[in-house]
Structure formats: C-alpha cells, structure tokens
Design a protein around this ligand. Sequence first.
Ligand code: FAD
Ligand code: NAD
Length: 396
Amino acid sequence: MSSIPKIVILGAGYGGILTAQRLQKELNYNEADVTLVNKHDYHYITTHLHMPAAGTDSIENTRVSISKLIDEFKIDLVKSSVQEIRLHDKKVILEDGTLSYDYLIIGLGGEPETFGIPGLAEHAMSIRSINSVRLIREHIEYQFALYKNERKPQERINFVVGGAGFSGIEFVAELADRIPKLCKEFDVDPALVNIYNVEAAPTALPGFAPELVEYAIDVLKKKGVTFKLGVAIKECTPNGVLLSTGEEIRSATVVWTGGIRGNRLIEAAGFETIRGRVKVDEYLRAPGYENIYIIGDNSLVYNGDRPYPPTAQIAMQQGVCCAQNIVSAIRGKELRKFEFHHKGTVASLGKGAGIAVVGDKTYQGWKAAQLKKLVDLRYLFIIGGITLVLKKGRFL
Ligand code: FAD
Ligand code: NAD
C-alpha cells in the first residue's frame, strides 16, 4: 500500500454519500486520498422517484448537486460511469479513465429484476433514476396527447404497473393522483382511464400488516386503481401484458416494479452473488477481500436466515459503519460489526395518505403521510443540513 491510502467510493447514492461525508469528517489531513465516482454530478433521492415519475413533483425536488454535499477540497468527485472492477489489479475502469485503489467501497445501487420474463426489458419502463422517471413522465403525457389524435386509442389510456410491492404501490398512488389533472389538461373523460396494478402474490405489499394492506388497497381503489392480485405478468409485448390467467391487458404504458437485483458489474467482477448481491461479512467487507466494502442494494446482510430487504435506511447505516471501519483499518484499530437498527417503515399512498409501522405501533392516513414527510426531511437534514431542508423540503 502507498504511504497515503487511496479510497475509492463507487456510487453516490444513499450508501455512497453517507460514506463520503463520514470519511470527510473523520479523516485527518493527508491521512488518505478519497475519490467519489458517480455517473451523474447529482445525487438523487431514490425514495422520491415515484413522484416525478407520475408527474406529481418536479425532477428538481428529487436531485441535489453532489458538490453541495461534499467538500471538494477533501474529496475528489469524478463524474463518470464505472465499466469494470478489476479485483486482481485493484483498479476500476471508467468510461474515460482508470482509478487505482487501496480501499474500495461499492455502492452502485440495484437494477430492475425482470426474472427473465419475456419482453419486460424491451417494452417496460422502470423507476430507477432521474432519466428513467423523466421518460415515464413524458411518455404518460404523450399517451394522452396521442389519445386525442388516434382512432383506436384505448391502450393509450390504460396504464399497467407490474408488482404491488412498495415501489408499485407508491407509484400507482401518485399516478392516480395525477390522472384527473391530465384528463383536465387533455380533455379526456376520467371514466375511460384505467390503472391496473398486477401482483403475483395473493396480496399487495406482501409481508406488511394485513390491516394496513387492506386500508392501502381501499384508498387506492377509491382513487381508481384496479388490482389484479394473485396474478403474474407472464410476458410484456409492444401492445401490453399477458397475464397468468390468460388475459391480455392492452396498454402502451407498462411500468415494472416487480423487484430489484444487484448491479451487474458486481458479478462481472467475479464476486459470488445471489441475484447480483454479495453476502458481506460482519464488517461489510466482501468475502476474501479485506479492503473491499459492499453496501446498499448490492449487499446482503442476514437477519437470522433471511436477508434484510434493500432499503435506503440500511444503505445509510452501512455507509456510516463502512466509513468508520475504513478509518479504523487505516489507523490499525479494531473494526466495528455492522448492526442494523430498523427505525420503521412508511409508505406513501399519494396526497395526504400513507401507512406506517414504527416499533409496535401502526399508523394510517394523514398521520402516516406526515411521518413520510418527516423521514424525508430528516434525510435532507442528514446529508445537507437546514439549507437543503429549506431548499428541497417541499413545505407547500
Ligand atoms: P442508490 O441510492 O440507488 O445509488 C446508486 C448510485 O450509483 C446512483 O447515484 C447511480 O447513479 C450510481 N451508479 C450506478 N451505476 C453506476 C455506474 N456504472 N457508474 C457510476 N455510477 C453509477 N427505501 C427506504 O428505505 N425507504 C423508502 O421510502 C424507499 N422508497 C423507495 C421508492 C422507490 C420508487 C424506489 C425505487 C426505492 C425506494 N427505496 C426506499 C429503496 C432505496 O431507494 C434503495 O434501497 C436505496 O436507494 C439503495 O441505496 P444505494 O446507495 O445502494 O444505491
Ligand atoms: P419488491 O421486491 O419489494 O416488490 C416487488 C413485487 O412484485 C412483489 O410483491 C412481487 O410479488 C411482485 N412480482 C414479482 N414478479 C411479478 C410478476 N411476474 N407479476 C406480478 N407481480 C410480480 O420490489 P420494490 O417494491 O421495487 O422494492 C424494492 C426494495 O425497495 C424493497 O426492499 C422495498 O422495501 C424498498 N422500498 C421501500 C419503500 C418504502 O419504504 N416506502 C418504497 C419503495 C421501495
């Protein structure tokens, strides 16, 4: 190792930003070189992407310039796309250069999991990034415009969301809130618009408290969502989706929220993975590599015999722990075991409604919606202090 260790962080998502900020705070001057690599020069608030996707909030409220979150005198920001991780050479290949590392943190986030379902990768859209949600939003508006200019247009105003996990439910809720406004703008009868949420499991939000699931379904049905529960999407075509019941839903808009997997660069690097995610050790290191930490949606941390679900909450806590462990490793001190502290789960059901579980308490309706707001504000405060809260906090 060189006299000043080189630390490279891949990805400036929830895990990567928290790691960078903690390293910036804890490392002494000249103790290490830290480089943060991200595809874009902004950090996006993934937990909010369902809103700009449906068009109920602006893209600008969902992203923050990374240079506002880190001190570029302490951390080098490289805007580039990672192409390859070369473990044996301790190098990362970027689209426009190469970086060497002594310590590597991989926080590249997940990718949509299509489970090999034919046509999904080609014909469905997904909620993963600023660019992907911009496409969904523009696409939906364009379908309304086309509807007024075509002769057999019902599929233009049929919308299909595949999967009723958290992402699917939060997105259909926003879409249902947006439809009346689009109908008004494009002069379309709202009764003709259909939103279908197709879920393979017997219930929406599998694993969530049944009374909250029932409440959520009730709220969304009242907003005009049609649920197809216990029904799987078998194929996606240019004309819509084919279901396990044999039914076809004709639709020009299919948004896939059926699950996520780890980033494909991880398995390409040669790590052993389960659906693209690496089972990390108790300190968050990749097995066999004392200098490589894997965090967020790319890592698997077990709670007994089941992994914790990939969430922003765990990614943030991992970011803090892995930064502390790297500082300790550099200083020859003992590493800290990662322990996840689950603070609760909140899901939005569109304007003014939500469901939440905090400890042994459950919340629904307006209270849960306020909790969701609090969680958002807390995150903005953690990464950007009061200035960011005031700038992006959506108080209106
Ligand atoms: P991400 O936050 O996804 O960040 C990955 C970063 O890596 C991005 O900046 C990306 O641009 C960058 N990147 C990717 N590939 C490359 C490359 N090749 N080169 C360079 N950079 C690259 N979790 C919760 O806890 N609460 C919620 O309310 C919640 N809501 C959600 C709502 C939606 C719609 C979605 C999709 C997810 C939600 N989640 C929520 C899950 C949560 O967003 C993820 O678990 C979390 O973002 C994972 O953090 P991460 O750091 O692993 O990756
Ligand atoms: P998920 O894996 O949680 O849910 C995907 C859903 O799609 C499942 O219910 C699954 O049964 C269904 N599905 C899979 N194949 C299908 C098929 N062929 N046809 C129909 N349905 C199918 O994925 P997600 O909702 O994107 O969430 C990903 C992660 O992000 C999770 O860990 C989740 O907890 C987290 N998240 C959290 C929040 C929140 O806390 N508010 C919001 C969004 C996402």
